[in-house]
Design a binder for this molecule. Structure first.
Ligand code: PLP
Length: 450
C-alpha cells in the first residue's frame, strides 16, 4: 500500500510542479485511443506499478490539462494539491455523506462549509443547501425545489424565463423535470449580454394575461460566454412584484462574491431564492464539486425528502440533518472535505487574492489584444473572461482553435456572440502569468497572420 501510495503521490507532485513546462495536453484520435484500452479485464493479477506506468504513458498525457496555467478554454478547472489529498482521504475512508447516522461528522462539516457559503452570499439564517456533482445538478436541484414550491405537481401552463446567454444545463434540467420547450421563454439579451428587465416584464405580463402561470426567472451570475452578470437587484424587485422564484446560475461566477471586485459585480445576489455555485470552477477545487444554496432550506427538504421504512433509523432523531433529504443522491461522497481542508490550509485571503487575479488577468489580456494588429474585442474583460477575434472570417477563428490545439502550448475555445464567431480566454487560473498570456496571444497573432 505504501509503495503504491508513494508512487501515486510522486506522480501527482510531478504533475503539479512540472505542468507549466509541458504542453496543455492533447486530444487523441478515437481509433488509436480505443485500441489502447479495449479488451477484457485481466483474469490474473497485474502489478499495479506496471499499470500505473501505462496510465502515465497513455492516459494522463492524452487529455487536456484543464488545470494548466495556459488552459483558457471553456471554464478551466484549476484544482489544488491540498484538495487532491482531501479527495484521496474521503475516498480512502470511503466516508458516507448521505445521512447523519452514516456520517455524522461529515454531515456536520458539510453544514459548516455550506454555512460559510451562506455567509459569503449574504443569505439569511434560514438558507441551506448541499454539495452536488457540479453546476448542472445544482441547477436541476434548485429548479425542482422552485417548481415544487411554486407549482406543486401541476406544471401545465407554467412558464419560466431566462436569457439567450443562459447555460444549457438550465434547459436540460427543465426537460428532466418535465417542462416542454414551449413553456420556456428564452429572451434576447441586451448589448451587454444581460437579460433586459423591460422585455422580461412584458413577456411575464403577456403570459399572465393569456392565463399562463409564470413561476420562475433564471438569472445569470456570470455567463459562460462572456462573464455577464444579469441585473440581479432589478430582477429581484420584478420577481417580488410578480411573485416568481428567482434562481441565479452562479456556477461560474458566484464564487467571486468573496472578493471586493466580485461583490460589486454581483450586487443583489443576496436576494435570490436559489443559487448554483461551483467550487470546481472559481474556487479551485478538483472535480466534482458543485453547490446549491436555497434561501429557505425548508423548500429543498419539502422537494426531496422521502421516508421509506428501511430508513426509519435515519429519520428517528429530527435534530439530525441528513444531506440526502435535500437533494437527489442518497450515497454521496464527502465533497465538503476538500473545500474545508483547502480553505483552512491556504486561508481565505489567498482565495480572495486568487479570484481577484482572475479579473486582472482578463483585463491584462484585453489590453494586450487591443494592441495587436487585426484584433477586435467582442466583449471586454468581465468576471475573468474576454472575447475577441482576429480578422473578419468566422472560419479563421475555428482554424485558430484547431491550430492552438495542435501546437499544444496553450488552449482556448470559440463561441458565437451576436452572430459572430468569437474566441474567448477564461483566465481564472491564479498560476497563469502575464507572460503566459503574452506568449499565447503572440501565437494567435502569428497563426492568424500566417
Ligand atoms: C454558467 C454555468 N452554469 C452551469 C454550468 C454547468 O456546470 P457543470 O459542468 O459543473 O455541470 C457551467 C459549466 O461551465 C456554467 O459555466
Amino acid at each position: 500500500m505504501q509503495r503504491l501510495g508513494y508512487q501515486v503521490v510522486d506522480l501527482l507532485v510531478q504533475h503539479f510542479a512540472g505542468m507549466r513546462d509541458g504542453p496543455v495536453g492533447a486530444k487523441g484520435e478515437p481509433p488509436q485511443l480505443m485500441a489502447l484500452f479495449s479488451g477484457a479485464p485481466s483474469e490474473t493479477p497485474t502489478d499495479p506499478h506496471q499499470l500505473l506506468a501505462r496510465l502515465e504513458k497513455d492516459v494522463f498525457p492524452n487529455n487536456l490539462h484543464v488545470d494548466h496555467p495556459r488552459f483558457f478554454a471553456f471554464v478551466p478547472g484549476p484544482g489544488n494539491f491540498v484538495s487532491t489529498m482531501a479527495d484521496a482521504l474521503a475516498s480512502g475512508f470511503n466516508v458516507f455523506n448521505g445521512t447523519w447516522l452514516g456520517g455524522s461528522a461529515a454531515a456536520a462539516l458539510e453544514l459548516t462549509v455550506i454555512d460559510w457559503f451562506r455567509g459569503f452570499c449574504g443569505f439569511p439564517d434560514t438558507a441551506g443547501g448541499l454539495f452536488v456533482s457540479g453546476g448542472s445538478v445544482a441547477n436541476l436541484t434548485a429548479l425542482h425545489a422552485a417548481r415544487r414550491h411554486k407549482l406543486g405537481d401541476q406544471i401545465q401552463g407554467a412558464t419560466i424565463y431566462f436569457s439567450d446567454q443562459t447555460h444549457y444545463s438550465i434547459e436540460r434540467a427543465l426537460r428532466v423535470i418535465g417542462f416542454a420547450p414551449e413553456q420556456c421563454r428564452k429572451i434576447a439579451s441586451n448589448e451587454r449580454y444581460q437579460l433586459p428587465l423591460e422585455s422580461l416584464r412584458a413577456e411575464i405580463r403577456a403570459d399572465k394575461s393569456r392565463g399562463l402561470r409564470p413561476f420562475c426567472v433564471v438569472a445569470n451570475a456570470g455567463t459562460t460566454n462572456t462573464g455577464a452578470v444579469d441585473l440581479l437587484s432589478g430582477l429581484a424587485d420584478l420577481c417580488a412584484e410578480e411573485d416568481l422564484w428567482l434562481h441565479a446560475d452562479g456556477a461560474y461566477g458566484a464564487a467571486a462574491v468573496i472578493c471586493e471586485r466580485g461583490r460589486e459585480k454581483l450586487r443583489g445576489l443576496d436576494r435570490v431564492d436559489s443559487l448554483s455555485l461551483d467550487p470546481h470552477k472559481w474556487l479551485f477545487q478538483p472535480f466534482e464539486c458543485g453547490c446549491v444554496l436555497v434561501r429557505d432550506a425548508a423548500h429543498l427538504k419539502a422537494a426531496f425528502q422521502l421516508m421509506p421504512e428501511y430508513m426509519r433509523d435515519v429519520h428517528r432523531n429530527t435534530a439530525e440533518t441528513n444531506p440526502a433529504d435535500y437533494g437527489i443522491q442518497l450515497t454521496r461522497g464527502f465533497r465538503a472535505l476538500k473545500v474545508w481542508l483547502s480553505m483552512n490550509t491556504f486561508g481565505m485571503a489567498a482565495f480572495r487574492d486568487a479570484i481577484t487575479r482572475g479579473f486582472e488577468l482578463a483585463e491584462f489580456a484585453e489590453r494586450e489584444l487591443r494592441a495587436r494588429q487585426n484584433c477586435e474585442i467582442l466583449s471586454p474583460a468581465e468576471m475573468g473572461i474576454v472575447a475577441f477575434r482576429f480578422g473578419e472570417s468566422d472560419e479563421l477563428q475555428t482554424k485558430l482553435v484547431e491550430l492552438m490545439l495542435r501546437d499544444g502550448f496553450a488552449f482556448l475555445t470559440s463561441t458565437t456572440l451576436k452572430g459572430k464567431t468569437a474566441l474567448r480566454l477564461c483566465t481564472i487560473n491564479p498560476r497563469t502569468t502575464e507572460d503566459d498570456i503574452i506568449q499565447t496571444i503572440d501565437r494567435l497573432e502569428k497563426f492568424a497572420a500566417d
